[in-house]
Ligand binder design. Structure first.
Ligand code: BYC
Length: 352
């Protein structure tokens, strides 16, 4: 029997091999198991793959970790698009490394999802068929080199704000994956900010390009944190389970508070007429993101949704021979190991 891949309002059964061998059964917990699970969560401990966990907890994690993994690999596209057009060899080498890091993040995350009894091939099918989401931010185009730097500064900056708390998530494999991801995201954010600094201190045309990138990426970056708390159906439960440690609005506020001074340092203007520092609280008050636009992009109607998924599907098809070769190699090695073990067994019986 396959495990279940949740897609929010709908769910599909998967038939992956990992599904039949890993993770707890899709049944309600006994009172004893539930008490053990509750105690781990209450003690701020870590739930591990072999521990009994409520089915809804497992599904929530599969949904979030899969979306997160998909975001990492789809997120390679806007920036990958600029590797061949980077303005110098140094910039190109850095960007190349960053885009490769994103692929690595996808791999850690698909592995973390597999510990919950799903198969990454099924998750990729769900992405390619539009049954699972990825972050809205990657449906906006990187039109200029400054956009690539703004993605590093703002998008990776937002990602760190969201993901550092996830390294304390109650599910062990997800939390551990986040530790390394955050270290790398931190480097990504720094390279984006350094690149924006070079543009902001450059010619008038370069500074204008930096401002234009900020104008277009500011609001979509705020949307990365998800809908407002009063319209976030998953937050309360995910926070009670220790998956999310802060609400969407709390993290959005932290991001604004951290990023506005950086924009000021760059001499750039945040495109929000309502932005003002509240001297009493020390927090910035800011305008409302266009949540209708967010809903449209989530629903598949962003500027690049179709292009991103079509490109991903093509890349997946083009990579089929690599997966086949890797599987054949793994099968041959497994065969060799079996033969070796059999030979050792023969020798042992002759000695006996
Ligand atoms: N885009 O109840 P809510 C990166 C969906 S990649 C699309 O608040 P939740 C990088 C949400 O899924 C970093 N959909 O949900 C890579 C839910 O729909 P379903 C990506 C969104 O899960 C390459 C519905 O709206 N980071 O850094 O409690 C290059 C209601 O929302 C979005 C992660 O994935 C969105 N922005 O909270 C550069 C972080 N927001 O599933 C950089 C991990 C919400 O019920 N994920 N939705 O149908 C999370 O922390 C949480 O899932 C979220 C949403 C805060 C995003």
């Amino acid at each position: 029997m396959g495990a279940t891949v949740t897609t929010g309002s709908t769910s599909e059964s998967t038939t992956g091999t990992a599904a039949s061998t890993a993770g707890p059964a899709a049944t309600d917990l006994t009172a004893e198991q539930q008490a053990a699970f509750d105690a781990v969560v209450a003690d701020d401990g870590r739930v591990e793959p072999r521990d009994a966990m409520p089915e809804a907890y497992r599904r929530t994690l599969v949904r979030q970790i899969a979306q997160h993994a998909h975001s990492e690999i789809i997120g390679m596209q806007p920036e990958g698009n600029w590797v061949t057009r980077a303005p110098s060899l140094r910039r190109k080498a850095i960007l190349y490394a960053k885009v490769q890091d994103e692929a690595g993040h996808g791999l850690y995350l698909y592995s973390a999802a597999e510990t919950l009894g799903v198969d990454r091939a099924d998750l990729l099918d769900a992405l390619h068929e539009g049954r699972q989401k990825y972050s809205t931010i990657f449906n906006y185009p990187a039109l200029t080199w400054a956009d690539t730097m703004a993605i590093g500064w703002l998008v990776d900056g937002a990602a760190i704000m969201n993901q550092v708390p996830l390294s304390r998530c109650s599910y062990g494999p997800y939390a551990r994956a986040m530790v390394r991801v955050c270290k790398e995201e931190s480097f990504h954010q720094r390279q984006g900010f350094e690149g924006m600094t070079a543009l902001a201190r450059g010619t008038a045309a370069q500074k204008a390009m930096a401002q234009d990138a900020l104008d277009r990426f500011w609001w979509p970056s705020l949307m990365m944190f998800g809908p407002p708390d009063d319209a976030s159906p998953n937050s309360a439960r995910s926070m009670a389970w220790g998956i999310k440690r802060f609400s969407n609005d709390e993290l959005r506020q932290r991001f604004v508070d951290a990023t506005v001074p950086q924009a000021e340092f760059l001499g750039l203007t945040v495109p929000d007429p309502d932005l003002v520092l509240d001297e009493e609280t020390g927090h910035y008050r800011f305008g409302t993101p266009d949540w209708d636009e967010f809903a449209r992009v989530v629903a598949g109607d962003g500027p690049c949704n179709r292009q991103r998924v079509a490109f991903r599907r093509q890349a997946h098809e083009d990579g089929a021979w690599v997966r086949e070769a890797a599987a054949a190699h793994a099968a041959r090695r497994a065969g060799a190991r079996t033969a070796e073990r059999a030979a050792v067994g023969d020798d042992a019986s002759r000695v006996a």
